[in-house]
Design a protein around this ligand. Structure first.
Ligand SMILES: Cc1ncc(COP(=O)(O)O)c(CN[C@@H]2CONC2=O)c1O
Length: 282
């Protein structure tokens, strides 16, 4: 396996990370997960643009251009001959003695990356998933794809302990997003999803789905909705780089609609597959 660290492509035994890396100590960094289908990067530019945006939001200047970041992802997938899976890329504020304030400008960010082989979740895409609602106790900058994922981790663990595949964050009675996904509901033919603001991550897959809905002339409402409204939806699904468009058949053990993946969700899944060249070519 070849890893990337600060301009070098290294074997695992050559990799070393400092105990004083601020990503390790404070979670002071940002990250991206970029999908690969049949050896081809998917929406890499969009992910790298968001990485640069997230870094800027935490006042971290990356010494890489968008094109250089895409190039790193490309080289990693080639070095590891990745077919289907994802690339994990993260950048921290660098290595310095453990004090909260930023280190001086002599400290450089640490960019690391690696590949993960993982197949598409075909069975879950077909059968659907269960969600468990969880109080959203995260900070108020969920729009930053930060390494600070403890709130997400605890929520996901709570869902898994209830036999569910994803947690559904609810803050002030409003459904926000999943622990590692965005959520959508369909009611009377209208696609509902939370507006892209500081309460959610503006997912790349979320943006793809909004485009697909437009292509299918499905009306969209980017507006807050409550958990009660979510439970009353005809269809529900969550989206992420790895989850793609995953139908949700129950929330808190209550069936959504007929308790099976709905027709509009299926149409969106079909169009999603058709817009991935590597899938069409396969
Ligand atoms: C909190 C949160 N919301 C939404 C999303 C969906 O964003 P994308 O559509 O851009 O993937 C993610 C993805 N989290 C990544 C995706 O896979 N694993 C992760 O941690 C996420 O962590």
């Amino acid at each position: 396996m070849i890893y990337f660290k600060d301009g070098e492509y290294l074997q695992e035994e050559q990799m070393n990370l400092s105990m004083n890396d601020r990503g390790y100590v404070f979670g002071d960094g940002v990250y991206e997960v970029i999908k690969v289908y049949d050896g081809v990067l998917y929406t890499a530019e969009e992910h790298m643009e968001r990485l640069l945006e997230s870094a800027a939001k935490i006042r971290l200047t990356l010494p890489y251009t968008l094109e250089q970041l895409v190039g790193i992802a490309e080289r990693l997938l080639q070095e590891n001959e990745l077919s289907v899976g994802h690339i994990y890329l993260q950048v921290t504020r660098g290595v310095a003695p453990r004090v909260h304030q930023f280190p001086d400008h002599s400290v450089s960010p640490v960019l690391t990356g690696y590949t993960v082989e993982n197949p598409r979740p075909l069975e879950q895409l077909d059968k659907g998933a269960a969600m468990k609602s969880v109080e959203d106790m995260r900070w108020l900058r969920c729009d930053i794809k930060s390494l600070n994922l403890l709130g997400n981790v605890l929520a996901k663990q709570e869902a898994v302990e209830q036999g569910c595949q994803e947690a559904l964050f609810v803050r002030d009675g409003i459904v926000r997003e999943g622990s590692a996904s965005n959520v959508f509901g369909i009611k009377d033919g209208i696609l509902h999803t939370h507006p892209a603001n500081n309460f959610i991550l503006n997912g790349i897959t979320r943006r793809v789905v909004l485009q697909l809905a437009s292509d299918l002339s499905i009306p969209v409402q980017e507006k807050e909705f409550t958990l009660a409204e979510a439970l009353a939806m005809d269809e529900f699904f969550f989206t992420s780089t790895n989850a793609e468009i995953t139908p949700v058949v129950t929330i808190d053990r209550q069936p959504i609609g007929e308790g099976i993946p709905g027709p509009l969700t299926r149409q969106l899944q079909k169009l999603f597959d058709e817009q991935i060249p590597a899938l069409v070519a396969a």
